[in-house]
Design a protein around this ligand. Structure first.
Ligand SMILES: O=C(O)[C@@H](CO)OP(=O)(O)O
Length: 231
């Protein structure tokens, strides 16, 4: 049995300002950093072998805080962000002294980025609701198939998150590796929808809190055998 820890990043500056965020790359605020530190302490009894994060800084910060503030999460190993050495920007970065089996690799994946909010990005959610109505804003935010103007529906987001989840993350879990995944409200909702076997009627009711880890027990066939929410 392997453990899959999913964590939505801590509160960002735009969560606090109630603005549609999507791909806008805002950092955690002070509350968010505290939430990530609290999550790290709740994860003290867990040990991971590998981690995945989106490319957005709020998820990267949350990953770094969890892996460095938790007593045991790295099991004494050193967390290292694994940039793509084939990318000219990063060419040669991976030549350094030290044993790779003494590291927790952290893979950065665009597939885990937040759902793209298109033309809504930057707008205040409450002001938008005054303009177009609560129901419309709720449909844009929580329905499975409705696209916000110029953006991705949850269904579109799932088309990139789920293949990545099945190919890259589940493969580790089937082999018995414990995995940490730090990502976003909606990119994680698409993954939780699959893990919890939710249908399109149920998914609008699924809310993930910032900085609250979900721990899944995954068997060697890739099936979910248990779930704990570390509130
Ligand atoms: O603004 C966003 O990108 C997301 C996550 O914070 O918000 P919502 O809860 O509206 O999907």
């Amino acid at each position: 049995m392997a453990q899959l820890i999913l964590i939505r990043h801590g509160q960002s500056t735009w969560n606090a300002a109630n603005r549609f965020t999507g791909w806008v790359d805002v950092p955690l605020d002070r509350v968010g950093r505290r939430e990530a530190i609290a999550a790290a302490s709740k994860l003290g009894e867990y040990v991971v072998d590998v981690a995945f994060t989106s490319l957005l800084v709020r998820a990267i910060e949350t990953t770094a805080i969890c892996l460095t503030e938790s007593e045991g999460l790295c099991g004494g190993k050193s967390p290292v962000f694994k940039h793509d050495a084939d990318d000219p920007q990063w060419h040669g970065w991976d030549k350094y002294e030290g044993h790779r089996d003494e590291e927790i690799p952290i893979f950065l994946a665009q597939a885990l980025d937040e759902r793209y909010y298109g033309d809504l990005q930057g707008y205040n959610k409450a002001k938008m609701a005054e303009k177009v109505g609560e129901e419309q804003v709720h449909r844009w935010r929580r329905s499975f198939a409705t696209r916000p103007p110029g953006g991705e529906s949850l269904e579109d987001t799932a088309r990139r998150t789920l293949p990545f989840f099945r190919d890259r993350i589940l493969t580790h879990l089937r082999e018995g590796d414990n995995v940490l995944v730090s990502a976003h409200g909606n990119s994680l909702r698409s993954i939780v929808m699959e893990l919890d076997d939710l249908d399109t009627e149920q998914v609008p009711g699924l809310e993930l809190k910032t900085g609250v880890p979900l721990v899944y027990e995954i068997d060697n066939t890739g099936k979910v055998a248990g779930k704990t929410v570390l509130n």
